[in-house]
Design a protein around this ligand. Sequence first.
Ligand code: AMP
Ligand code: MN
Ligand code: MN
Ligand code: MN
Length: 299
Amino acid sequence: MTPPINADLHSHSTVSDGTLTPEELAGRAKANGVALWALTDHDEIGGQVRAAAAARALGMDYLTGVEISVSFLHQTVHIVGLGFDADNAALINGLRQTRGGREQRAREMAEGLAKVGIHGAFEGALKFAGNRDLISRTHFARFLVESGVCRETYEVFRKYLTEGKPGFVEHRWASLRDAVTWITQAGGMAVIAHPARYKFSANEEFALFTEFKGHGGRGVEVVTGSHTPAEYISYADTAREFGLAASRGSDFHSPNESHTEIGTLPSLAAALTPVWELLAQRIQVASSPSLEVDASAAH
Ligand code: AMP
Ligand code: MN
Ligand code: MN
Ligand code: MN
């Protein structure tokens, strides 16, 4: 039996809220043995050409990627898109609309923080945003760590940036139908990101999966940096129940913050259908099998 390939299909660069450039991330993925990579920045595909070029030059296969913010039953759900055409106009427009309200939201977040004595958070967060359009809670978290309010970003989320806390502002993102449709009509596959992270009841989660499938969604993340080993098992069952392919991705953001290193998660259970099997035609193949082969060919 051939060993499972090391696919990491969820990660973030400086194009959204990661701290490494697409090229740095490609190098880190390669160093950790990744054979098939996707950069999945939030609501933005501006890093795709760079990521694909860097991956292929290092001998990794590449799938285009994005992570779209969706509002569903008053919660934010993330839908990962894989293997789409990155020059698709409807997808590009849809993502532009989705990004649109972030600056206003960030100003309101800063007002909420000012009320509890934390001043200058908008400007502070902006300093950390490589891409102003994508200013996110992660950038606020980095500012609050830098200014000594909290020791680490997880603490900032818990105390300041989640529902009911001073810096939280409810936001209207894309609809589930739109996000799935943008990805699918651009030739890609829509995948429910880190399902265990949402605080849905069993009925609400059933509604999410059912509507997602109804719109044409085909995959779910099973092995992700956001899941526990028990959740790898329970969402493998969910994938089978709903007839969805399974994905694997670290959700790596930063060497300093991320608990899960890129390319180091366990493999998907053999009984699952990996998303990359269904996306075989959409993979951008490495320019050379590996750098080592290139180096030896030069002698
Ligand atoms: P936003 O899109 O501005 O709402 O920011 C969401 C991002 O914040 C996610 O993609 C994660 O990178 C990060 N995030 C969300 N919740 C947490 C948490 N509890 N701890 C650390 N980072 C988080
Ligand atoms: Mn993020
Ligand atoms: Mn996410
Ligand atoms: Mn993510």
